[in-house]
Write a protein that binds this ligand. Structure first.
Ligand SMILES: Cc1ncc(COP(=O)(O)O)c(C=O)c1O
Length: 345
């Protein structure tokens, strides 16, 4: 069977997770009657010190519902150039919410508060667009699983709030950030007005994200979720998977991080321009191929032929993501395939 490292979203629910799903208590969640969803929303909100939560089918929707409660049509959201909100949500902020975005560049997605603050422009009307919110992605996916420094988050949050600018956290992989940094969920939570977290990435649920914020914003987002057609019914079946994932799959993320580091270290030994293992903070290994003489598409195709699936995310940038369904033996095999497949000039 092929080893699939395209993403940490490729995992399949374990037997124990499926058993939890099968025995879930359910109700019609559009009526607020699903006890498993209600307890999940309360549980995740409490973890991050927020008042309320809203279960959504995807992280993209949790992001979009969050930012639309912070930014009105014609106003501005600032994000880092390669963040998921602007690179991979297909223009949703503009399409659905009339939100304009401006970006600041970074190295490896790493947050520096001053980069964001330098382009922020609150109360800029009537000639310029006013900045209403700043989004931070932690960990940063296309930056290579980068963990954002808590002191930079705190600095940005307090300076932004002092200027009347709200803060959103795209925490699809905040679990990985927590395990790698030791920073508590509550500490992360206190710096943000809205948060989105995903249960379907490193934690291994098949579906599901949660948006967090105040009761008022979550109530508003609940209306918009229904308006977008994402009001779900007996969805406790998937909320039960999320509970199972929170109970069982957070601490083990350290194993995914160790395997990513092992792959990075092995590849850096072949050619140090490929990857810097010290920059592999979590479960994502980004490979820089420009100096190697192979395109990401070529590498991906060769790996696929050899039984290893990885992603080409740029002409010379490939990505491998370790996850719950990837063990030590597969890690050794993946390293062997990569060594054979990478032809270093
Ligand atoms: C950082 C980040 N945010 C949000 C999302 C969106 O999640 P979904 O695919 O559930 O919409 C992803 C998905 O990969 C992501 O990596």
């Amino acid at each position: 069977m092929a080893i699939d490292l395209r993403s940490d979203t490729v995992t399949k629910p374990s037997e124990a997770m499926r058993a939890a799903m099968a025995s879930a208590e359910v109700g019609d969640d559009v009526y607020g009657d699903d006890p498993t969803v209600n307890s999940l929303e309360e549980r995740v909100a409490a973890m991050f010190g927020h008042q309320a939560g809203l279960f959504t089918p995807t992280g993209s929707l949790a992001n979009q519902l969050s930012i639309r409660t912070l930014v009105k049509p014609g106003e501005e959201l600032l994000v880092e150039t390669r963040s998921h909100i602007v690179r991979a949500e297909l223009g949703a902020a503009a399409t659905f919410s009339g939100i304009t975005t401006r970006t600041w560049p970074s190295t490896d997605g790493l947050l520096k508060a001053d980069d964001a603050l330098a382009i922020a422009h609150e109360n800029a009307g009537p000639y310029l667009v006013s900045t209403k919110a700043i989004a931070v992605e932690n960990t940063h996916n296309f930056g290579g699983g980068t963990v954002q420094p808590i002191d930079e988050i705190a600095k940005l949050s307090s300076a932004a709030h002092a200027r009347g600018i709200a803060m959103h956290l795209d925490g699809a992989r905040i679990w990985n950030a927590h395990v790698a940094s030791g920073v508590s969920f509550a500490e992360y939570g206190k710096h943000f007005d809205t948060i989105s977290v995903c249960l379907s990435k490193g934690l291994g649920s098949p579906i599901g994200s949660v948006m967090l914020s105040t009761k008022e914003r979550v109530a508003e987002a609940r209306i918009w979720r229904k308006r977008y057609g994402a009001g779900m019914r007996q969805v406790g079946i998937i909320a039960a998977a999320a509970h199972y994932a929170l109970d069982n799959n957070i601490a083990r993320l350290a194993e995914d991080h160790a395997r990513a580091k092992k792959i990075a270290t092995a590849l850096a030994a072949i050619d140090s321009s490929l990857v810097d293992p010290s920059k592999v903070h979590t479960n994502i290994v980004g490979l820089e191929l420009s100096k190697i003489g192979i395109t990401a598409a070529e590498l991906t195709a060769r790996c696929k032929d050899a039984g290893l699936w990885i992603s080409a995310l740029g002409p010379h940038y490939a990505r491998l993501v370790t996850h719950l369904d990837f063990d030590d033996a597969q890690c050794d095999e993946a390293i062997e395939i990569l060594k054979r497949t990478l032809v270093v000039k």
